[in-house]
Design a protein around this ligand. Structure first.
Ligand code: F6P
Length: 329
C-alpha cells in the first residue's frame, strides 16, 4: 500500500492529534504518502483532502482537539454518499484509511472496507465506550479534567455545607463518572450501568450528616439523567434547599492530552499503519493489559463485549467494565 489517508470523526477527544501525527510519521517511515481528510466523512465525500508531510504534524502531539477538524455526518450511512467518498479516494489513488473516532465512525470504516478500501479504526472518544479496548484515546484526559473540577467543587461545597450534583459526560457509559468519582472521593456515583434509588442517596446523605459530614458530593453520569432532574428528585425526598448542580460539559472534551493519552494515541496510530501495510482492514485497534490488540471493527461496535483475537484465530470475549464497578462497591 503506497497511499493512505487519515480522518477524525464524531465528537473530538484529546489525543486525536497525537494519533494523526503517529499515522503520518509512521506512514512516511514506511515509504507511504499520507493524506489528511478534513471534517471526517463529510470531507471525504466533498473531497476536502490534502497531502500531509512530517511538518504538517509538527507540535501536534500536545494539542487538544483535532487539526483535521471533525464532524458528525449521518448521511454516510447511505450508499450514495459512501460511493461519492470512494470516488474521492480512487481519484487520488488512496488505498487505505485510518478512521479515528467513536462507534458511529467505525460503521463508516466498515463500509469503506466492504467497498474494497481497507479501513482501520482507532478509538477516539472521551466516553470509553468502545467495545474491544479497555481505554479510548481521550478518556484519561477527560477524567483528569473532571477530577480537577471535582476537587475544586469539593472546596466550595465544604465551605458552604452544600450538597453538589456534578454532571459529567459519557453518553450512555458511566466510565467518566465512575473513574472521576473514585479519584475525587465522591460520596455517591450514579452511572447508567447500575440501578440506583433516590431514597438510598437521601438515606446515605442523612447518615453522613449525622456523622458530622457537612457537605456531600454526587457525581452523575449524563446517561442516567440530567443534574437538574436528579436535584428535583432529591428535593422531593429530603430537605435539600441548598443543593447545587454543576454541569461540566465540553471542558471535558478539550485540553492538552495527558501522557497516557499521548502514548496510547501514538502507539495506536503507528499500529494502524502497520496493519494497513499488511493489507488488513475492517479492524479496530484496542488496548488490553497494556498490549495492543485488534478486533473485527463491527464486533467492536455491536457485540457488546470486549473481544480480542487469540493466536489461533478464535475470538476471546471479556467484560472490561465489571472490575472497576466492583472496586467501588
Ligand atoms: O461522545 C462524546 C460526547 O462528548 C459525549 O460524552 C456527549 O454526550 C456528546 O459527545 C456531546 O456531543 P456534542 O458535542 O455534539 O454536543
Amino acid at each position: 500500500m503506497k497511499r493512505i489517508a487519515v480522518l477524525t470523526s464524531g465528537g473530538d477527544s484529546p489525543g486525536m492529534n497525537a494519533a494523526i501525527r503517529a499515522v503520518v510519521r509512521q506512514g512516511i517511515a514506511e515509504g507511504m504518502e499520507v493524506y489528511g481528510i478534513k471534517y471526517g466523512y463529510k470531507g471525504l465525500v466533498e473531497g476536502d483532502i490534502e497531502l500531509l508531510d512530517t511538518a504538517s504534524v509538527r507540535d501536534q502531539v500536545a494539542r487538544g482537539g483535532t487539526f483535521l477538524y471533525s464532524a458528525r455526518y449521518p448521511e454516510f450511512v447511505q450508499l450514495e454518499y459512501q460511493l461519492k467518498g470512494i470516488e474521492q479516494l480512487k481519484a487520488r489513488g488512496i488505498e487505505g484509511v485510518v478512521v479515528i473516532g467513536g462507534d458511529g465512525s467505525y460503521h463508516g470504516a466498515m463500509r469503506l472496507t466492504e467497498h474494497g478500501f481497507p479501513a482501520i479504526g482507532l478509538p477516539g472518544t472521551i466516553d470509553n465506550d468502545i467495545v474491544g479496548t479497555e481505554y479510548t484515546i481521550g478518556f484519561d484526559t477527560a477524567v483528569t479534567t473532571a477530577v480537577d473540577a471535582l476537587d475544586k467543587i469539593r472546596d466550595t461545597s465544604s465551605s458552604h455545607n452544600r450538597t453538589f450534583i456534578v454532571e459529567v459526560m459519557g453518553r450512555d457509559a458511566g466510565d467518566i463518572a465512575l473513574w472521576a468519582g473514585i479519584a475525587a472521593g465522591a460520596d455517591d456515583i450514579c452511572i447508567p450501568e447500575r440501578e440506583f434509588k433516590v431514597e438510598n442517596i437521601v438515606k446515605r446523605m442523612n447518615e453522613a450528616h449525622k456523622q458530622g459530614k457537612n457537605h456531600y458530593l454526587i457525581v452523575l453520569a449524563e446517561g442516567v439523567m440530567h443534574g437538574e432532574e436528579l436535584a428535583e428528585a432529591l428535593k422531593r425526598q429530603g430537605d435539600l434547599s441548598d443543593l447545587r448542580v454543576s454541569v461540566l460539559g465540553h471542558i471535558q472534551r478539550g485540553g492538552s492530552p495527558t501522557v497516557r493519552d499521548r502514548v496510547l494515541a501514538s502507539r495506536m496510530g503507528a499500529h494502524a499503519v502497520k496493519l494497513l501495510k499488511e493489507g488488513k482492514g475492517g479492524l479496530a485497534v484496542g488496548i488490553r493489559h497494556e498490549k495492543l490488540v485488534e478486533n473485527p471493527i463491527l464486533g467492536s461496535v455491536e457485540e457488546g463485549a470486549l473481544m480480542s483475537i487469540n493466536p489461533d484465530g478464535s475470538i476471546k470475549v471479556n467484560f472490561p467494565h465489571e472490575a472497576p464497578i466492583e472496586l467501588y462497591r
